[in-house]
Design a protein around this ligand. Structure first.
Ligand code: AMP
Length: 193
């Protein structure tokens, strides 16, 4: 008998700063024809616009700290109820805390939907700083990167445990070139869909 195939339409991409989440998220979203929803991008757009949200988060982002869970809940809820996310989405950069994972579970439950998978881009900590420095974003100074990695290890990485029980995690070796990571993802999506 053929094994039941796993349909992938509601996904998270998870991994440390510098793992290449944004790049791979765009690729996966295009492949699966779902929107890539990056909370970091949404916040950077708010900062660029200078709106109320942007003014509130600007200095927090500049330090490499996390925006509070309540603010992020509002941002994510408003985005996930939009029409284009109805049949699927790939969340990039959310959830980053246990509280955010619980909020996301509630938002999905309210809509009577569930996550299909968490794509985990695994990259060893010691190569992250160099990878992020090569990217050159405004919050990419070495000290800020170190802070972001510290916050990831302390607050974000434990979020993986939240998804372990449901067997949702698909691990990818992120310590390879962009094309090799993409090929690993292709193999994974091919197996799972
Ligand atoms: P990213 O583009 O995902 O690396 O996010 C850039 C910055 O935006 C982070 O360092 C945080 O300051 C903020 N940010 C993005 N997503 C979240 C989130 N889910 N929770 C808290 N802060 C966030």
């Amino acid at each position: 008998m053929v094994a039941a195939k796993r349909e992938l339409s509601r996904l998270l991409i998870f991994g440390p700063p510098g793992a290449g989440k944004g790049t791979q998220a765009e690729y996966i979203a295009a492949q699966l024809r779902i929107p890539a929803i990056s909370t970091g991008e949404m916040l950077r757009a708010a900062v660029a616009e200078g709106n109320e949200l942007g003014q509130m988060v600007d200095s927090i982002m500049a330090k490499g700290a996390l925006v509070d869970d309540g603010t992020m809940a509002g941002v994510v809820r408003a985005r996930l109820v939009k029409e284009d996310a109805r049949d699927g989405f790939l969340l990039d950069g959310y959830p980053r805390t246990r509280g955010q994972a619980e909020t996301l579970a509630t938002i999905l439950q309210e809509q009577d939907i569930a996550l299909d998978a968490v794509i985990y881009l695994d990259v060893p900590e010691d190569v992250l700083v160099d990878r992020v420095l090569a990217r050159g974003r405004a919050d990419d100074q070495e000290e800020v990167i170190r802070e972001r990695i510290k916050v990831y290890e302390r607050k974000t990485k434990p979020v993986l445990d939240f998804y372990r029980g449901d067997d949702l995690i698909l691990s990818v070796d992120g310590n390879q070139g962009i094309d090799e990571v993409r090929q690993s993802i292709d193999a994974l999506l091919g197996e799972s869909t």
